[in-house]
Design a binder for this molecule. Structure first.
Ligand code: HEC
Ligand code: HEC
Length: 465
């Protein structure tokens, strides 16, 4: 198949097929009026894309985002894995959950005997950056899209009908789930009141959210912030609930991590030909034409919001206890239960991508060039994957198990068979241009996010360890 593709490429057939499919796709979009976007369009950002902003809610949200008081064992906050010091992620392939020590890139799994255990306190996937997630163009969140709109103004989430009413945006919904994950923020039964409540009532959702809200209300420092953010409560803290928490944390993310409309790439798209370098302009052409990247990476945030299998090597503890030794990650299948969705992951947005490594749903690539080259020949990249590309804090016992799936040839073959991304031949100068383009997607305002960090939080707990 690969050889066939290469031959077709040489004769330019593929381009014709692609143009034809774009034509057909745009025709069917026009027919259904579902989405006016032509499949491969890369679009400028419009501020009307974002949920409307509320400063007082953002101030409350900032405190909540950084306060470890909200985690079961009071040892981790959202900012531990989504740090403004690490471009709203953590610089690791796979996050280290509650119980580990240190912030983001400096986070460590401790020495043996274990401070944190696998898989109870280890994260399962790469912590994504939070840039622009408050835009309406994001119709799915999480690598497997398990938080999404239901098409009727409501939301699909792991909480099913325990999800409270009152949310208006996906980001608000997504902002209350880290509390409910044992390895992320909750901890284990027997360790704290929140995890105990989850075990007692056999649900990680409502009982945990009730406890989170209790902990917030118990800190006097939050009362003024809540009253300012939600004047409609008229000071009645009894009506403050988890929906307010989600809305506030979402407001913090939108106010601190949204792109500006006058970032260099958007200025270029709107006609300022000098806004990005000549090399980046050539790279943009490679991106949209020969490289066919915009087949999937399109729209204002360069994601079609759909799911594709591109064969990223699997490392670490896996997700959901499936496959070889329970250490595989089936991706979208975990959500849809459709085996046809196995190994598919959401097309990630590419705004600011140069600063959000490691890359891939499990951070298998520590260089941007590594993951771009993976796209050019996905199968051979998968089969020849060098595990030194992973950024997993080393500990003897974990090193023994983190590459069990990676080294299993049957699984690697299966991941390879699922790939739907065709290889592409680019010259080395085209690759260099493409890299320059990806770097040009960085909004300079996001390079230094120190102003997004508060001086302290109402509980008085330290921001770092
Ligand atoms: C232990 C690390 C960790 C902590 C703590 C954490 N997150 Fe995350 N976050 C992740 C990981 C990993 C994912 C991706 C999960 C997946 O796809 O299965 C994620 C996904 C998200 C997303 C979706 C982003 C996207 O592009 O799909 C949002 C929003 C988010 N987290 C916000 C938060 C907030 C708000 C908090 C605090 C309440 C928080 N996170 C705490 C690791 C963490
Ligand atoms: C068939 C759809 C598709 C095409 C075409 C495609 N990508 Fe991707 N891309 C994806 C998916 C899906 C992922 C995430 C895969 C995963 O994590 O398992 C991804 C991941 C990435 C990432 C890593 C982002 C991150 O935050 O981890 C970069 C960079 C990237 N793609 C660039 C490109 C470039 C450059 C091209 C063109 C040469 C391209 N992509 C073509 C679907 C596609």
């Amino acid at each position: 198949m690969d050889t066939l593709n290469r031959v077709l490429n040489v004769f330019g057939f593929r381009k014709i097929c692609v143009s034809l499919s774009i034509f057909i796709a745009s025709f069917s979009y026009a027919q259904n009026k579902v989405n006016p976007r032509v499949v491969t369009d890369v679009l400028p950002i419009s501020s009307s894309e974002y949920m409307s902003k509320n400063k007082d809610m953002a101030i409350l949200g900032q405190a909540l985002f950084f306060d470890k008081e909200l985690s079961g064992n009071r040892n981790i906050s959202c900012a531990t894995c989504h740090s403004p010091m690490a471009a709203t992620s953590d610089g690791l392939s796979i996050n280290l959950g509650e119980g580990a020590i240190g912030l983001s890139v400096a986070r460590s799994a401790g020495t043996y005997p274990p401070k944190i255990t696998d898989p109870l306190e280890r994260g399962q996937r790469n912590a994504p950056a939070l840039f622009d997630r408050g835009a309406t163009d994001f119709t799915t969140l999480m690598h497997d899209g398990r938080i999404a709109g239901d098409g009727k103004g409501g939301f699909v989430s792991p909480a099913g009908n325990e999800l409270p009413q009152g949310f208006d945006h996906l980001l608000e919904v997504s902002s209350i789930f880290a509390f409910t994950e044992n390895q992320e923020m909750l901890g284990q039964a027997g360790e704290n009141d929140m995890a105990d409540a989850a075990a007692m009532y056999k649900s990680n959702f409502t009982p945990v959210w009730i406890k989170v809200v209790e902990r917030i209300k118990a800190q006097a420092g939050y009362h003024t912030l809540i009253n300012k953010a939600f004047p409609e409560l008229k000071g009645n803290l009894n009506d403050f609930g988890i929906v307010h928490v989600g809305k506030s944390i979402a407001q913090y993310q939108v106010s601190s991590f949204s792109s500006s409309e006058d970032n260099p790439f958007d200025r270029y798209l709107k006609g300022d030909k000098d806004a990005i370098s000549k090399q980046a302009i050539r790279g943009y052409k490679v991106f949209t034409e020969k490289g066919q990247c915009s087949q999937c990476h399109n729209g204002p945030f360069l994601s079609d919001q759909k799911f594709h299998a591109i064969g990223i090597p699997q490392i670490g503890p896996g997700f959901g206890g499936v496959g070889i030794n329970g250490r595989e990650d089936f991706g979208r299948e975990g959500e849809t239960k459709d085996i046809g969705d196995r190994y598919k992951f959401r097309t990630p947005p590419l705004r600011n991508v140069a600063i959000t490594g490691p890359w891939g749903h499990d951070g298998a690539y520590k260089t941007l060039e590594g993951i771009v080259k993976h796209h050019l020949s996905p199968k051979s990249s998968l089969f020849t994957y060098d595990i030194s590309q992973a950024t997993l804090p080393s500990r003897y016992d974990l090193d023994q198990i983190d590459f069990v799936v990676t080294k299993n040839s049957a699984t690697t073959m299966a991941i390879g068979r699922a790939i739907t991304l065709d290889p592409i031949r680019l010259s080395s100068s085209e690759v260099v241009d493409l890299m320059a383009f990806l770097h040009a997607l960085t909004d300079p305002k996001h390079l230094d996010l120190r102003s997004a960090i508060p001086a302290g939080v109402p509980s008085g707990l330290p921001l770092a360890d």
